[in-house]
Design a protein around this ligand. Sequence first.
Ligand code: C2E
Ligand code: MG
Ligand code: MG
Length: 715
Amino acid sequence: MASRPPNVLPAAPSLKTILRSPPSLPRPIAVDPASGPWSGELQHWLDALPQPVWLARSDLELLSFNAALCRLLGQPSEALRKRRLSDWLPDGDAELLRQACAGREALALELRLRATDGHLRWQSCRASPLLLDGEPLWLGTLHDIDASHRAQARWEEADETWKLALESTGDGVWDWRLDRGVETFSRRYLEIYGYDPDEIEQRPETFDALTHPDDVEQMERDRQAHFEGRTPIYRNEHRVRCKDGRWKWVLSRGMVISRDAQGRPLRMVGTHTDITERKQAEALIWQHAHMDPLTGLPNRRLLRERLSQALNQHRPLAVLFIDLDHFKEVNDTLGHGKGDLLLQQAAQRIQDCLQPHDIVARMGGDEFTVVLQHRPDRAAVEQTVRRLLARVSEVYLLERERAFVSASLGISLYPDDGEHIETLFKHADQALYVAKDAGRNRFAYFTPELHRAALHRVRLGMDLREALQRRQLRLVYQPIVDLRSGALRKAEALLRWAHPERGEVSPAEFIPIAETSGLILEIGEWLFDEALRTLVHWRRKGLSDLRLSLNKSPLQFLGAGDGPQRWLARLAEHGLPPQALTLEITEGLLLEGGEAVSAQLNALREAGIKLALDDFGTGYSSLAYLQRHRIDAIKIDRSFVHELAPHSRALALCRTIVSLAHELGMEVIAEGVETPEQLELLRAMGCDMGQGFLFARPLEAADLPRWLAERPARP
Ligand code: C2E
Ligand code: MG
Ligand code: MG
């Protein structure tokens, strides 16, 4: 609203106040025409009144009036007769009065009248319709309200001043007359939202309608709290739609500055501060802390928040841990860019399989977590899970490349498998490992047995820490023989743990524990020295060509350590040539190791150390990896050898592996040879070496020379 110079009154129409409930009036009465409009006696009494009184026709022609009116207008009574009252009113006010007198309702108006001194003075005019001889007349009074009107004008002038002061802070100002249903907005207020002052109707409904629907409820609550005196000032943050369609965040602050006798608010004033930038910054920070930038999914933190809200409702839910199978392969072969694309698509597919209440988050890498809510039973959970696994394993189009991955999934249920986030997560994770172990692209439920097994692993892990110090670990050696000549070629060192209470614990059980706890590094160092000492000892005893095969866990390559360089140095310290050592590695290492591991393996091999791929056929068996890495030998897993029989599928597979390995310049070792038949078939297909109970069980170090001395030339 623009400010006015101090002595100019506002234009009449904007101040018109036709009182809604006029005072009760007598019904129109007829006047005796014989006594004239006013008798002399009546005139006498009325002249004594300080207040102007008048009687006029509908066109406002004055028929009778008292002396007070003459004084007000500064006219003798003869000059007033036959004149119209409207002659002393400015045009707007005259029109207003004429319109009111055209009707037959008692009227009450605020008008300006040109007084003796030529100034306009504010008058409160009240009049009632009468009938005189069938002609409609008006009987009215005037009451001078000029002083109070000027005071009001001064007040409004002051209003403008503080509004301007508020605006100088950059805020928009609003002034809400609750009694009149009018709200005025300052120029700056409208500017914030991109509106021109004349283009928007200044009413409270206008801006309420532009408020974001999600914010309305809170706004009402905050308003009500202030109206009821529960908050000293009204304060609310909400979004307003701008003229260009965008939403702006504003902080609205204000207070009620006048109330009626019952305490109801009559007027409230306040400001709008544009806080869009602050809100955007806040949103950005929140986003950063709670969302995964790659997939746009909630991250681990937000998942925890949402899950803990969900748990508060104490309704059954399912936690799914999802891990993509062989994602690493995609990353390694197609590059990280495509890997990212795949993750985005997988995230979308997972979302597509869920219902609105479900929660999905990316935990990092290729791991996702889903919380299923409102599922009536396990069958409903499983339905979603199956759909999810099927969707994720559909072909991915990564720009021009096609890729396949599957997913493994572990499920824990609230409240059966746990009541807290930690437990539910731990149990879903355990179930996930079961699914992975069972061959991937499947799901598994958490079970109490899983929990017991996990506990068992934890205890074993603690015992394993002490096993090294207490000398409970030792090495046994299994001969590897040449299948053609029957000669001893190598001995594979295998770990043994004599647990004080549990007896012998299988390495298949404790090596994974040593790997997850990192203990495998310490054990590996000890084992390396121990095995080399044994080999030196044998070589001195006459087994000068004997070589050693050592199992190396992927961790021993992946860690930051300088493992390979140190191993070479140790060999030299023991006076052993690098050729005396074969390292048995797994396909997983080649698959997940990446460039750094490839470099390490190359360095080892260039130095003369041999590399053998252990348990071939049980893992990914990716021929691509065999071509890319230079490996000296592959060891066919004993599960194949075990099934060897004439015309068997295993036979065909083993033959293929042997011929393929030879083509790539690799030797082949058959593991777990137990029977002469297996031996014959392996020999016939050209397999180079064998290892198994048929030749020897793993032997104590001291027993190997004796075994060699006692064995027949060819088994
Ligand atoms: P592996 O490297 O494949 O070792 C061969 C396993 O097959 C040994 O089991 C051995 O006892 C067993 N075996 C040998 N011949 C036969 C046979 O004719 N029939 C049958 N049924 N089994 C046979 P073990 O000693 O229980 O070791 C199991 C696995 O533990 C090893 O498999 C290896 O992966 C791991 N492991 C053992 N020692 C070490 C070690 O020092 N370091 C690392 N990282 N892993 C080790
Ligand atoms: Mg091995
Ligand atoms: Mg093996």
